[in-house]
Design a protein around this ligand. Structure first.
Ligand SMILES: [Zn+2]
Length: 230
């Protein structure tokens, strides 16, 4: 990048979600701006009796609260949005950008916690482009086990960062198709850092389409002889 020598370094770090399943919370920060991507919880396992949720340590965010400009949400799973009530009790988040389904889930969650008024939620779609100080943000549709999931591309003065969010390539999805064309274009233009998150990506082979769930449920219903509880 031409002006890289003049720009302040960009740091990328995880407050949760690396080396664990849950509490995904990633930060992109330079000298005057801090953007958070996702704010999840982790569900405790048997070694944490009596604990409802495990949340990240927000100390760094509290210490840099004036730099926090936005929270970007990739999709509506709890390990990506479940931490929002806890996060906004720790620091002021000026705006949350989220896809439509996730935005609805977040609003419901905040109503339950009685903290709806303090937070501005803006829905984005694939055509949205957001400028946050020196950072330019755009989105691309992915497929996952919940509809309305997105990857995020952030252009910084130091280079382009792409995070896929959680995804699997599902060619017969329930909901919109993955935008492989836009992903390819971003790749052709050049990506300096790719953060990719796809469960079991290390294992060879294919994952069945989410659509298979429909036929499985139909089969269970058709064979049931009594009451079914799902
Ligand atoms: Zn997910």
């Amino acid at each position: 990048m031409a002006n890289a020598l003049l720009s302040s370094p960009v740091s990328i770090f995880a407050l949760g979600g690396l080396g664990e399943v849950g509490k995904n919370t990633y930060c992109i920060e330079n000298d005057k701006t801090l953007i958070i991507i996702d704010a999840g919880v982790r569900f405790p396992e048997e070694d944490l009796p009596g604990v409802d949720y495990v949340i990240p340590d927000y100390t760094h965010l509290r210490n840099n609260r004036s730099k926090i400009k936005a929270l970007l949400i990739t999709h509506g799973h709890e390990d990506h949005i479940g931490g929002i009530p806890f996060l906004i009790q720790n620091v002021y988040i000026p705006v949350i950008y989220a896809p439509r389904l996730a935005a609805a889930l977040i609003k419901h969650k905040l109503e339950e916690s009685h903290i709806k008024e303090q937070v501005k939620i803006v829905e984005y779609d694939e055509n949205s482009e957001i400028k946050i100080d020196d950072f330019r943000v755009q989105f691309f549709q992915v497929t996952h086990s919940i509809p309305d999931s997105f990857g995020i591309c952030i252009d910084t003065p130091e280079g382009r960062i792409v995070t896929t969010g959680d995804f699997k390539i599902d060619l017969t999805p329930i909901g919109p198709d993955i935008n492989l064309g836009k992903m390819a274009r971003l790749g052709t233009e050049g990506i300096d850092l790719l953060m990719s998150d796809s469960t079991n990506a290390e294992i060879e082979g294919y994952t069945p389409s989410e659509r298979n769930v429909v036929s499985s449920i139909n089969e269970i219903f058709s064979k049931a002889t009594g009451r079914l509880i799902i």
